[in-house]
Design a protein around this ligand. Structure first.
Ligand code: ATP
Ligand code: MG
Length: 496
């Protein structure tokens, strides 16, 4: 299979995207209810069939059915027949992820590894506040006391406020107002569930890229119905995943088929009120991730939701109906029409508003990388179930208890890696040592390895704060706990 079949024209011609052009990115647009998610599901299935792994955010939970076989008696099967094609019900290897750990495996990283820029976006900070946050990161780096959780960030900010003069002398001017705003926004982020993102074990993005025994690519679904309630958190989280892909994957140039296709649903959230630098950063990321073998498909209502510089990077376009009621809508229709290579046989402007559900105007890149003339097509419907699966079915797939297939084995492996809840001390130990390792520092195994000054600033006995600040997780705390545990076991043994 070297192309992804998307739809057929009235004349019965097939429109397909060559696999080697899938890393030239794409755009799926259309008003609400016109078939974007269903198209995304059909594309994801075809990529999986072709051995390409996929990542999709599942905003309403309705993509979860990809793991269940479609229904031969469904209207979609009838539609296939009307298109002169055979409907073959199918199911696909799916991995469920959920930031909150309820409907999938959790995805964790550390505050330090997320970085000041993305965190500033999550915290909705202005330039001055972002500067203060960057100083907090630098200070932790210098003191080799990296931040794992939002709590760690809170205590770093607390310390900065306490010793502000000293910090200003060393790192440059920061106002108390900036720090207190970050603290306040931190509370808001936590109340929206932001804290779930930070912790151990750290998520390895390469786990998204995996094929089953039959060679099908895994479809990774991020359960996002709760996450989307905080649009900034959702958009920044997806941007972080994309950044991770860019960071981790090696440069491979143009492959015959991409390694991963990343669907960015509700993509407008990424760009609303985005500062210029962020848009530039996204444009750069999208441009560079191509040669890492990653294709990005943005899914949103109108092409006008995407800045021109990013839009220019998107080779394939699938335009569902746009309902144009207002002047603004009319402008959107004109903009959408201009985005296509002209085809005399198709009056794009007139067609866009008249398309039925599941119909679209399409232009893809051909083998030579040239956009094809716009065509009006009927989208080939998905072969798996359209709509959600039950919680019980989902649980069975996540537990790997459905059958002994490769997918189940993979699910079990992933559950072992990410499903375990680590004790705080273990998590801190693991995290600190990972950070030390990355910086070429020796790993800390016992108290004797602890270097004078390593975490000195955060020891309660050195803290000048009043009332005393709650203890931050430290190496010394860790050993203190183990010592307390050992002595109580010894005492018990003596008593018995
Ligand atoms: N290719 C298709 N063939 C047949 N029916 C389709 C097709 N695409 C969509 N539909 C029908 O239209 C309904 C709505 O589609 P879908 O949920 O994909 O729209 P959407 O554009 O994602 O909407 P929203 O913006 O609300 O998320 C689906 O439940 C499905 O029944
Ligand atoms: Mg949708």
């Amino acid at each position: 299979m070297n192309s992804i079949e998307i739809g057929t024209t009235n004349a019965g011609n097939l429109v397909a995207l060559p696999l080697k052009m899938a890393n030239r990115h794409g755009l799926v647009t259309g008003s609400t209810g016109t078939g974007k998610t269903t198209t995304m599901q059909a594309l994801a299935e075809n990529f999986s069939r072709a051995g390409v792994s996929v990542f999709c955010a599942d905003i309403k939970g309705d993509l979860s059915g990809i793991a269940a076989r479609g229904d031969d008696a469904s209207p979609l099967a009838a539609r296939m027949a009307a298109m002169g094609r055979q409907f073959a019900a199918d199911r696909f290897p799916v991995a469920y992820w959920d930031l909150f750990g309820d409907h999938g495996l959790p995805i964790h990283t550390s505050v330090q590894e997320m970085g000041a820029e993305l965190l500033a976006r999550m915290l909705k900070l202005n330039d001055a506040q972002e500067g203060a946050l960057a100083i907090a990161f630098k200070k932790c780096e210098d003191e080799k006391s990296w931040m794992l959780t939002l709590d760690d960030l809170r205590w770093t900010l607390h310390d900065m406020l306490e010793s502000r003069e000293e910090v200003c002398r060393q790192y440059g001017n920061i106002t108390a107002a900036s720090i207190t705003t970050i603290q306040r926004n931190l509370l808001a982020l936590e109340s929206q569930g932001g804290a779930f993102l930070f912790g151990e074990p750290r998520f390895d993005i390469l786990d998204f890229i995996r094929n089953d025994a039959a060679g099908r690519g895994t479809i990774n679904l991020l359960h996002a119905d709760r996450l989307i309630e905080n649009p900034k958190l959702y958009a920044t989280f997806l941007l972080w995943l994309l950044t991770e892909l860019f960071r981790v994957l090696p440069e491979v140039g143009d492959l015959n088929r991409p390694k991963l296709v990343f669907f960015f649903d509700e993509a407008h959230l990424l760009f609303t009120d985005a500062p210029k630098q962020l848009i530039q950063q996204i444009e750069r990321l999208v441009r560079l991730v191509r040669s890492k073998g990653v294709g990005v498909f943005f899914v949103t209502q109108s092409p006008a939701d995407i800045p021109d510089t990013v839009l220019a990077q998107l080779g394939s376009r699938i335009q569902h109906a746009l309902r144009a009621y207002t002047q603004k809508d009319q402008r959107m229709v004109r903009a959408a029409a201009q985005a296509f290579r002209e085809n005399r046989g198709v009056d794009v402007k007139a067609e866009i508003t008249k398309l039925a559900v599941g119909e679209a105007l399409i232009s893809v890149l051909d083998e030579a990388g040239i956009p094809t003339k716009v065509e009006k097509v009927l989208i080939i419907p998905p072969s798996a179930q359209v709509g959600p699966i039950s919680d019980m079915e989902r649980r069975a797939i996540m537990d790997g208890s459905t059958d002994g297939s490769e997918v189940s084995i993979h699910a079990k492996e992933m559950r072992q890696r990410y499903g375990a809840k680590l004790a705080e001390q273990v998590a801190v130990h693991q995290f600190m040592n990972r950070m030390r390792q990355q910086r070429g520092l020796p790993i800390v195994k016992t108290a004797s390895d602890w270097k004078e000054g390593d975490f000195r600033q955060f020891m309660p006995d050195f803290s000048s704060s009043y009332p005393p600040a709650p203890r931050r997780a430290t190496w010394r705390g860790l050993f203190g706990w183990s010592a307390a545990l050992a002595s109580s076991v010894f005492l018990l043994w003596v008593l018995v």
